[in-house]
Design a protein around this ligand. Structure first.
Ligand SMILES: [Zn+2]
Length: 155
């Protein structure tokens, strides 16, 4: 479905490795269909990633059964950020294809609370440690429960 869209090359999918536990990463919550993770490139306060557990390259590739759980997880991530961080705004963005600056070929949405003074940081940001990511996850986890959207996926 993403014919004509040039995708980043990857021998292995980093997000699939994170989801399987092959490489360490910090998840705030997950169910059988979707997961919410703390990105190590924090461009907002806080900045989460919402992604399907199954490997789908772009937004155009996901089956209908994933769209509902994904949208509910997006809303849940935004509510968790709003509740824990109380930012003035929340930005959501998602990129499809190299031309749109997609870096990992596994669909993911960015959900970020705005920084003090407004906006998010699209310049170079320092990578936080896994321990720092765990602290963010611990702050947000009480406000996020993906089990409510479990078991509703149909492909
Ligand atoms: Zn993947």
């Amino acid at each position: 479905m993403s014919d004509g869209i040039a995708m980043p090359e990857a021998d292995r999918c980093a997000f699939c490795d994170y989801l399987s536990g092959a490489r360490p990463y910090v998840f705030v919550d997950r169910n059988s269909v979707v997961a919410v993770a703390v990105t190590l490139e924090q461009r907002g306060r806080a900045h989460l990633l919402v992604l399907p557990v199954g490997h789908f390259a772009t937004l155009m590739d996901i089956p209908n059964g994933v769209t509902g759980p994904l949208m509910r997880a997006l809303r849940g991530a935004a509510i968790a950020i709003a509740s824990a961080e109380k930012p003035e705004g929340i930005a959501v963005w998602q990129n499809n294809g190299l031309a749109a600056a997609q870096q990992i070929p596994h669909l993911h949405f960015h959900v970020a609370g705005t920084l003090p003074g407004g906006g998010t940081d699209f310049g170079p940001v320092p990578e936080i440690s896994l321990d720092q990511a765990r602290e963010i996850a611990q702050r947000l986890a009480p406000f996020l429960d993906l089990t409510a959207s479990e078991g509703t996926a149909q492909s």
